[in-house]
Design a binder for this molecule. Sequence first.
Ligand code: BEZ
Ligand code: FE
Length: 305
Amino acid sequence: MKKQAIAALAARIADTQSKPANPRVKAIVDRLVLALFEVIDEMDVQPDEFWTGLNYLSELGKSGEAALLAAGLGLEHFLDLRLDEQEAAAGLEPSATPRTIEGPLYVAGAPVCQAEARLDDQTDAGEALFMSGRVTDAAGKPLAGARVEVWHADSMGNYSFFDPSQSRFNLRRTIVADAEGRYRFRTIMPSGYACPPDGPTQRLLDLLGRHGRRPAHIHFMVSAPGYRQLTTQINIKDDPFIYEDFAFGTREGLIPEIVRHADPAALRDYGVDRPFATVEFDFVLPQAVAGVPASLVDRPRASAA
Ligand code: BEZ
Ligand code: FE
């Protein structure tokens, strides 16, 4: 079709208005309709292909996997990169800990602990992992009372709440940092996540010749009054998918060393009876500034409080 005819039809549809509209929604939908017309024309999308795609979106909505697919298509990572740019343009401290995607598996309302926590319910025989560090500002000043929300998958790659076989809030806590900004927790080593094999996300990934795996990781939301909230993850270094994350969440600066311990003295010190791992990681929060969109995104989240 002629570009002019496509633009004229999109304009006619955009002009169809008989009552007040939400101007922001209208501007975005009008632009999206034009973009879709252009893609259909450029790719010569056939009617049966169009209806297959539309039906796919209906199934995606029913399955509750829309946020999963958004991560898999790189959209969530793209939003992070845009926010990075906006922060850099506003002169935010570049030494702050990099953000990365939240993903769709956060659950609000996890138990709050002071300075230290045990995350696992002791039913998972995975490797014991001890993680600790500090929350500071860019100058290294400890942020006493900072909140460190942490959540991760079990040794099968499943998350409590979404996996009903796990206990309530298993592998999820909020830790309030001590006077020196320190936090520490004991947990079990997570495994990587895989998209549900029979769901619509994996079905589309298959058609794109892609896997739906994430490397093992631990999620964090870190916040302190007067500072920008940080949503991030650390990756477990030896995971074979570390640079193959289907959701594009792996970033430099988020891959700390994992130290393995097997000597009897270390086992005794840590109160464990088999080899274990430790990891140190500090979170650096930038100061809150005016004129940059909030880093804590307003999105639907599960809550089990
Ligand atoms: C996750 O963090 O486990 C996750 C992120 C994006 C999509 C699916 C899972
Ligand atoms: Fe995750």
